[in-house]
Design a protein around this ligand. Structure first.
Ligand SMILES: NC(=O)c1ccc[n+]([C@@H]2O[C@H](COP(=O)([O-])OP(=O)(O)OC[C@H]3O[C@@H](n4cnc5c(N)ncnc54)[C@H](O)[C@@H]3O)[C@@H](O)[C@H]2O)c1
Length: 238
């Protein structure tokens, strides 16, 4: 059986992705902390800080012990409360760039040699926020989370660069741009208000994002590369 690496796999969307891939792969969950629940059958955990190049290399080495690495889904990221750009602390900006953008680069860079061997697939998780420039259904006077949006937009560009560079090696690279998804990134007290504004009438479930990630890595998507799959209930359409 081949192996799938899921970064950010200890929580919410990443956890759902890890459980989905566990049906077809040996899964390595790479995260700062262990999942709260028991690991899926055949899965393993690697404590990994994706901002650390050596930790990313160790993550790939560990995954190789589970099987040839055929899929990498990068879901790890952070967000921060909205603050108007003119008051946004520089340290906070740098931290979000470090985790969300540099982390995506480091994970991808570390995984490329293994994916070349298997002609595998990679998915980087972006966000609807990247499409619109604000991390909510409406731009708020409290701020847009400009650092979050900018890094998620950069992830889309990184997907395209990776897709072009790796296409000759038959490695496919795609992105996934979820809309508002149930979980702790969006405070629960806001869910009902948001749901009323979403054409499908509800927030997305982590399992629905997991299905999209699984599809993009599967042979069903064998001619799909450099694509950004929007899974947002109809709140933004390309
Ligand atoms: N929840 C949403 O509504 C939503 C919407 C659009 C996009 N997304 C994106 O989906 C992905 C997952 O979101 P989620 O709701 O599951 O978030 P979450 O906060 O529940 O999970 C993120 C995981 O990433 C891990 N992580 C953070 N920094 C890390 C680091 N330096 N090294 C390793 N792991 C690290 C965290 O420990 C956590 O387990 C993120 O990329 C997020 O930007 C989420």
């Amino acid at each position: 059986m081949t192996c799938a690496i899921v970064t950010g796999g200890a929580s919410n969307i990443g956890w759902a992705i890890a459980r989905r891939f566990a049906a077809t792969h040996r899964v390595l969950i790479a995260d700062l902390h262990e999942p709260a629940a028991a690991l899926p059958q055949g899965a393993a955990f690697s404590r990994t800080d994706i901002t650390d190049p050596l930790a990313c290399a160790a993550m790939v080495d560990r995954a190789r012990t589970l099987g040839p690495i055929a899929a990498v889904v990068h879901s790890a990221a952070i967000t921060a409360p909205p603050t108007p750009i003119e008051h946004l602390p520089v340290d906070e900006w740098r931290r979000v760039v470090e985790v969300n953008l540099t982390g995506a680069f480091l994970v991808a860079r570390a995984a490329i040699p293994a994916l070349r061997e298997t002609r595998g697939a990679m998915v980087l998780v972006s966000s609807r926020a990247a499409r619109v420039g604000y991390a909510a259904l409406d731009a708020s006077p409290d701020g847009t989370k400009a650092h979050y949006c900018a890094t998620k937009a950069a992830v889309i560009s990184l997907v395209r660069s990776l897709a072009v560079e790796l296409a000759p090696a038959h490695v496919r690279v795609n992105g996934l741009a979820p809309g508002s998804i149930e979980g702790t990134m969006i405070p629960k007290e806001r869910w009902a208000t948001l749901a009323a504004r979403i054409p499908l009438g509800r927030l997305g479930r982590p399992e629905e994002i997991a299905e999209a990630a699984w599809f993009l890595c599967s042979d069903a998507a064998s001619y799909v590369t450099g694509h950004i799959l929007d899974a947002n209930g109809g709140t933004w359409m390309n």
